[in-house]
Unconditional design. Structure first.
Length: 356
């Protein structure tokens, strides 16, 4: 196979190679689906493109501009689960969700301290690599405080990929009887629903609105907010057909997998190994605390694990749907952490700089 460029430019064979990558990723998703694996249309493409990237067959990450499509489709679907009753439950649990977000942040800081000692680097650098932020946001903060961005992006991508693969797989193996497909309309008739056109409008308007406000993750939080408000207000909207939702997951998984470039990983083996070890420790801490919380709160232990997990809100929400857990509660827990960390990330990183 010839190397694939991730630029997506129309000159040469850029578009054809890009399409080939997505076709291979879709085949990987289909194989994982046939094997009844968890989140097949995301994890399959993630592992496929990561393998191609590490072998040097994909020269650079796939175009980041493809990511908003996947986020908007998934977030709109997630927003449709926010019925009035579900919203009431989320509001009742809000103090607990804030506490869960604080716990994950605290655990991340503890793990970052240990990693910094093992790797012999500054605590602020490891905190940026460990805090549950999006890789791009972490890179921006790193540059603003004078830290190198590349190691932060590598560690953040490794953390997200590890959580996306490990958490769904463990929950699937432990509680596979409760698994199922993500709710969506089935059949060709789903495309004939006249109200289906409202979903991409929600995605576009919500994403652009939140981006204009400089919010984090605009193409997830924007469509999610609008869809949730409409659903909670009693507006009945259709679900995306399965092929559209699967395509969105293929796009997201492919982009994440393609970030594992061989050139970026070269010469950083020790630091990445420490980052991976830190991710494992963080998962143990968060999952263990989730199990304890479930014993003393109304939360199901699976929802608690997904809500407190240091992964992406998109992936954890999809996993909740796949395992028939409370999607609103899991999503709200992840979103609360985003809102908690957005204003606090820079002050926390500057605070850690005092410790070398």
């Amino acid at each position: 196979m010839r190397p694939i460029s991730g630029t997506g430019q129309p000159n040469g064979h850029g578009w054809r190679r890009l399409v080939m990558t997505y076709m291979l990723a879709a085949v990987a998703g289909w194989v994982f689906s046939a094997l009844h694996m968890p989140l097949p249309w995301m994890i399959g493409p993630l592992l496929m493109t990561a393998g191609l990237s590490l072998r040097g067959l994909i020269h650079r990450p796939l175009p980041v501009r493809t990511r908003p499509f996947g986020q908007a489709v998934v977030s709109t679907t997630v927003g449709l689960s926010f019925t009035g009753d579900a919203l009431t439950i989320v509001l009742d649990l809000l103090p607990l969700l804030v506490g869960m977000a604080a716990m994950t942040t605290g655990f991340s800081l503890v793990v970052a301290f240990v990693q910094a000692k093992l790797a012999g680097v500054r605590l602020s650098r490891m905190a940026l690599a460990t805090f549950p932020l999006a890789p791009v946001e972490a890179a921006i903060i790193a540059e603003s405080v004078g830290q190198p961005a590349a190691p932060v992006v590598k560690a953040q991508s490794l953390r997200i990929a590890a959580v996306v693969v490990v958490i769904p797989t463990i929950l699937y193996l432990v509680d596979g009887a409760r698994r199922g497909a993500v709710p969506s309309a089935a059949g060709v008739e789903a495309f004939l629903d006249p109200w289906l056109a409202t979903l991409p409008i929600i995605g576009l308007v919500g994403g652009l609105l939140f981006r204009s406000l400089n919010w984090s993750n605009p193409f997830f939080l924007g469509p999610l907010t609008i869809a949730a408000m409409l659903t909670a207000g009693g507006v009945a909207l259709p679900h995306y057909p399965p092929v559209v939702l699967a395509t969105a997951q293929v796009v997201l998984g492919s982009w994440l997998g393609s970030t594992f470039q061989a050139s970026l990983l070269r010469g950083a083996g020790r630091e990445l190994a420490i980052s991976l070890l830190g991710t494992v420790c963080l998962l143990v801490l968060t999952c263990g605390s989730a199990a304890v919380l479930a014993r003393f709160t109304p939360l199901d232990w699976r929802s608690a694990v997904l809500g407190i997990a240091p992964g992406g809100v998109t992936e954890m929400a999809l996993t909740a749907q796949f395992l028939h857990q409370s999607v609103p509660v899991v999503t709200a827990a992840q979103v609360v952490r985003i809102f908690l960390l957005m204003p606090l990330a820079r002050p926390l990183i500057r605070w850690t700089e005092r410790f070398g």
